[in-house]
Design a protein around this ligand. Structure first.
Ligand SMILES: Cc1ncc(COP(=O)(O)O)c(C=O)c1O
Length: 518
């Protein structure tokens, strides 16, 4: 009696393990049925050219695991206890392909969602990628010292569960930071530490949404929010943004389950919602019983004028849920942010968080708490603000040098600006493709984590450029390359008399001009 087994002496797995795995596969695949005899160990060893001991050890292991039974004086058999119907079902499974796509039809999963573009995006050599902090500004030295100090006092923090809402010391430090920085007087109890804004958005949806509920959202919007609420099968109601941010007058009269908004630096357009609109917005939320989710992702960076307090700081009726993140001021790899909820949501928010993940890792929270409480965070912010203000100016100067009076918006704060394309330049997506061919990353309203619902005045008219992660030299080279690419792509130099208007565009969206009259 021979069974189809072949062992590979060059395999990293031992001969015994290979034999064990192959017999097991034959049994589970139904090729060795319950009760079937196995070859005697001596015969199988001979067949395979291995020592008898190897076979005996493999048989012993399979017996201990319940696949085989040995019967005194009769030999070794496939266990009779194995439910044959299950083995038959397994036999129906086609052998998995390398891509794993040959699985049988399964019950469809109810989840429907699109992946947003924040994580894992490909980077170009000179990438004006949005919202990335300067990698050289991370305070490695101090972080290492704090880490060592915190580790020395770890006690049982690694072995115990912590508070699912976050380390109390970190929540206190955040509460103390939020008062002066964002005008929010908050009790640490109202803070839930999360893995960045994205988790905060998810918790807000779990708290507030049922399938089919209306979610009002800025147009254009942050893709991470749009796709998240969409995945909860909410009904998205895009509300246009103008150069003062969300058009509050266009909000639905009957409210929504929630409104997602970025008042400090509208993502992606960069506008700041003025105080008068903020007050109207809060009034609308109160009248219509709508919760506002305020994403304050990059408000630490304000370069001109004084910051307007966060919406939550103006809210007297408990309508606002505030989202803050350390992804922008420190780094997205930290995966730390926070949700501040009105008092009536403290209990439900804690429960939702506990059900979600029982809280964030202790070590990072403890280090960050020390970092903020020691005043190092405020110093760090002051330092990088200065770095970013210089990079922002460098970018504006370069655009003006190469493209004339470049019209930009959203540059009073944040980590990117919006460049309104002059008519003689290609449309946004054509310009983006052209730039990418030359290794330069620029972003349209449909990319760079933005989502354009359409119908707005800036569709294809603007591109966004992040300035925070590139040094001045890279910014200069990037814009020079972009200008050279645009010049090279122009079929003929435009005659001055036909400059704006009247220009048609070729298939790539590049302006085509009539040749000058001879
Ligand atoms: C508007 C907005 N909110 C939030 C985030 C980031 O969130 P997280 O804290 O999850 O990294 C981004 C990142 O690009 C963003 O642009």
């Amino acid at each position: 009696m021979e069974i189809p087994i072949s062992l590979d002496p060059d395999n990293r797995q031992s001969l015994q393990s290979q034999l064990h795995a192959q017999v097991r596969t034959l049994i589970l695949g139904g090729r060795l049925r319950p009760g079937a005899p196995l070859p005697p160990s001596r015969a199988l060893a001979q067949q395979l050219g291995v020592s008898r001991n190897t076979v005996m050890l493999a048989y012993q292991r399979l017996t201990a695991e319940g696949y085989l039974q040995s019967r005194e004086a009769l030999g070794t058999f496939v266990s009779n206890e194995l439910p044959e119907s299950c083995l038959t079902a397994m036999r129906a499974v086609p052998p998995a392909t390398a891509a794993g796509d040959a699985l049988p039809a399964r019950r469809p999963i109810p989840f429907r969602g699109r992946a947003h573009a924040v994580a894992g995006a490909r980077r170009l050599p000179l990438d004006f990628w949005l919202g990335r902090p300067d990698p050289h500004s991370f305070p490695f030295g101090l972080w290492r010292r704090l880490l060592n100090r915190v580790l020395a006092g770890a006690g049982t923090h690694f072995t115990d569960y912590g508070d699912p809402a976050g380390l109390p010391a970190l929540r206190r430090a955040i509460a103390e930071h939020l008062g002066p920085a964002r005008g929010i007087a908050v009790d640490p109890e109202q803070i839930v530490v999360v893995g960045g804004c994205q988790e905060g958005l998810d918790l807000s949806a779990r708290l507030l949404l049922r399938e089919g509920d209306a979610v009002a959202i800025e147009n254009p919007a942050y893709q991470g929010a749009a796709y998240l609420y969409e995945s909860y099968r909410a009904r998205l109601l895009p509300v246009h943004v103008d150069d003062s941010g969300l058009r509050v007058a266009d909000l639905p009269d009957d409210g929504a389950a929630l409104l997602y908004v970025t008042p400090s630096h509208q993502y992606p357009m960069g506008f700041m919602l003025p105080l008068e609109r903020r007050l109207r917005l809060l009034d609308w939320a109160w009248r219509t019983s709508t919760y506002i989710v305020e994403d304050d992702y990059d408000s630490d960076f304000r370069y001109r004028g004084s910051p307007i307090p966060a919406l939550m700081g103006l809210d007297t009726h408990g309508c606002v849920i505030y989202l803050g993140t350390f992804s922008k001021a420190l780094g997205a790899g930290l995966r730390l942010g926070y949700l501040v909820v009105p008092r009536q949501l403290v209990g439900p928010a804690r429960t939702v968080k506990a059900l979600h993940d029982n809280g964030r890792p202790w070590l990072e929270q403890a280090v960050l708490a020390e970092f903020i409480a020691s005043g190092a965070y405020a110093n760090h912010l002051r330092r990088i603000r200065q770095v970013y203000v210089e990079r922002r100016q460098c970018l504006i100067d370069c655009l003006r040098e190469h493209f004339g009076e470049a019209q930009v918006s959203g540059s009073e704060g944040g980590m990117h600006l919006v460049w309104h394309l002059p008519p003689e330049l290609p449309r946004a997506s054509a310009l983006q493709a052209l730039a990418a061919e030359h290794g330069v990353g620029i972003y349209t309203l449909q990319s760079g984590a933005a989502h354009d619902f359409g119908g707005g005045p800036w569709h294809e008219q603007v591109v966004m450029l992040g300035f925070s992660s590139l040094g001045a030299k890279q910014i200069r080279t990037g814009i020079e390359r972009l200008a050279a690419a645009v010049a090279a792509a122009r079929p003929t130099p435009p005659p001055p008399s036909t400059l704006p208007g009247g220009a048609s565009r070729d298939a790539r969206g590049l302006p085509v001009r009539r040749p000058p009259p001879r």
